[in-house]
Design a binder for this molecule. Structure first.
Ligand code: HEC
Ligand code: HEC
Ligand code: HEC
Ligand code: HEC
Ligand code: HEC
Length: 397
């Protein structure tokens, strides 16, 4: 039905193009010769518009949070649109928008984050669709237009004001990491905080930004953890697991479908078809001990880190415990009128105390907790990096 309506729109548009030629009519000229037959548009359309290509992928896609989620509505804000709306994403690609944070020329005390979409890309944000990742579709209506992907270029990290980049060997992963990357921590001036101080001056009191309920790296930790770039790296010994270079996001998240996962559902849960392929694994499964041992270890260390962070509250948790799953998602349990009205710290209704002073290292530990928790792979994305990040963080404060 949706497609039928769009077909009519195309035909109507073509009609309008002819109708809009204006000006007084001259006398008719002689009839021209018949042109050569064109290729039958319908034939190229059918190479994609059939049950095994567009329709098959579209059905898979209906299971994807890219399709069902509502976060794209955040795309009306210029700072959110680069990752949340179809238009915003293509806008930052087209303009090669830098991830830098610079002094505001009209107010030197303030800073501007350049990683925003332009105003024309903001009204009526669209959800992520086929045309977002496959941005060449319908340019010439050729069957090869699923490729190239919208971008496969190295990704300057917005969390780091562009000073670090994610660049996967399997470059299709850069498409995903462009959105699935963490966001910056900024001071009230808008300036990027100097993360290096969290490591180099660990015992100083943290004063690089204010700390509130939502202070943190946002949700897209996956690209950074998979690449092994951008954690607050206390200590030494960081390496990456084989997945970083040998697997792409799509190897695992777009593997041959099984159950409700795989293909264009982008869901990897419980689907091991991508793991058990030539020169990778042979017997990977939910009960394979290589997997269960690694995930159990990361879960244990992450819990240990949460416990250590929470102990800084001397009797009251620092991190907010989610009421649905009883886990710490990385939010800080500070009162926030709209988002955390029952928060413990600084709650005017309960007359609770100010949020305790943190050291630089303790603040860095909270960021690393967020990175690993929100990565959500429990080590699968990059076991060696995530393991070292947790171990070194726990040892750092
Ligand atoms: C390279 C593959 C490919 C070719 C060739 C192709 N399409 Fe599409 N088309 C797509 C995809 C993918 C979608 C999006 C499907 C969805 O959202 O479920 C789409 C969507 C559409 C839609 C729905 C409106 C929209 O823009 O979302 C129309 C109408 C359409 N195509 C018409 C055509 C016509 C007419 C031709 C031939 C002249 C054609 N397509 C050729 C891949 C293709
Ligand atoms: C244009 C930005 C963008 C691109 C490109 C992108 N994603 Fe996403 N992805 C998102 C957003 C935003 C969400 C959450 C959507 C929502 O909640 O409405 C999401 C959700 C997901 C989820 C579900 C997460 C969950 O919490 O269940 C997976 C898995 C995922 N993406 C994987 C991928 C992979 C793999 C790629 C590359 C092939 C990719 N994404 C490319 C922005 C993007
Ligand atoms: C650098 C890319 C990026 C930017 C910029 C960004 N987001 Fe997101 N956001 C994501 C990704 C990726 C996800 C999905 C993570 C997942 O589901 O695992 C997400 C998820 C969300 C969600 C769903 C969270 C949930 O409850 O699961 C909301 C709401 C959201 N973002 C709001 C915003 C707002 C508001 C802004 C602007 C102020 C913004 N985002 C800017 C990448 C980004
Ligand atoms: C979040 C990004 C994303 C979205 C959205 C997306 N795709 Fe894809 N698609 C990919 C990636 C990545 C590949 C793998 C490309 C490769 O092999 O490098 C792919 C591959 C394909 C292929 C195989 C192309 C080939 O030549 O190998 C088809 C067909 C396809 N997608 C159709 C669709 C359709 C139809 C939709 C919408 C219903 C869609 N895709 C939405 C990322 C996306
Ligand atoms: C080696 C396989 C593998 C690779 C490579 C991989 N992932 Fe994952 N990913 C997983 C597994 C396993 C999980 C845990 C949740 C699950 O079972 O789906 C996960 C979780 C996620 C989630 C959270 C899903 C949720 O339900 O909360 C997102 C989003 C995600 N990955 C995105 C990516 C992106 C983007 C890349 C590439 C930069 C990537 N992944 C690379 C296997 C992989």
């Amino acid at each position: 039905m949706k497609i039928a309506i769009r077909f009519l729109t195309l035909i109507t548009l073509a009609g309008l193009m002819f109708a809009s030629c204006e000006g007084p009519m001259g006398p008719s000229g002689a009839d021209g010769k018949d042109g050569k037959d064109g290729t039958d548009a319908n034939e190229t359309c059918k190479l994609c518009h059939n049950s095994t290509v567009v329709q098959a992928k579209a059905i898979e896609y209906e299971h994807s949070l890219h399709f069902t989620g509502e976060a794209f509505e955040e795309g009306t804000r210029n700072s959110c649109a680069p990752c949340h709306s179809h238009q915003g994403f293509l806008d930052v690609i087209k303009n090669n928008t830098p991830a830098t944070i610079v002094v505001n020329p009209s107010d030197p005390a303030k800073y501007i984050n350049n990683y925003v979409a332009t105003a024309s890309a903001l009204p009526l944000p669209g959800a992520i669709s086929c045309f977002t990742c496959h941005s060449s579709l319908h340019k010439n209506y050729e069957s090869t237009e699923f490729l190239p992907l919208a971008t496969t270029a190295a990704v300057p990290m917005t969390m780091w004001g562009g000073s670090k980049s994610i660049n996967f060997t399997k470059t299709s992963s850069n498409l995903c990491a462009k959105c699935h990357q963490p966001r910056p921590i900024t001071a009230s001036s808008g300036a990027l905080i100097d993360y290096s101080k969290l490591v180099s001056d660990p015992t100083a009191t943290y004063n690089l930004s204010s700390v509130s309920y939502r202070t943190g790296i946002h949700y897209g930790a996956h690209g950074a953890m998979a690449a092994g770039v951008g954690g607050i790296e206390f200590g030494t010994g960081y390496t990456n697991s084989a997945h970083t270079n040998a697997a792409s996001c799509s190897s695992c998240h777009m593997a041959p479908p099984s159950g409700l996962a795989g293909g264009h559902s982008f869901n990897s849960a419980g689907n091991f078809a991508g793991c058990n392929t030539t020169s990778c694994h042979t017997t990977m499964s939910a009960t394979n001990t290589t997997l269960t041992t690694a995930q159990t270890y990361i879960t244990t260390k992450l819990t240990e880190l949460a416990t250590k962070i929470n102990a800084l509250g001397a009797g009251h948790d620092i991190l907010q415990k989610d009421t649905e799953d009883n886990q710490y998602h990385g939010y800080i349990d500070i009162y926030d009128a709209s988002s955390n009205s029952t928060g413990y710290w600084k709650n005017p209704d309960f007359g609770t105390p100010a949020f305790p002073a943190l050291t630089n290292a303790q603040f860095g530990a909270i960021l690393n907790y967020q990175l690993v928790f929100r990565d959500a792979s429990k080590g699968v994305h990059n076991y060696l990096y995530i393991k070292k990040l947790l171990e070194n963080t726990i040892a750092a404060f």
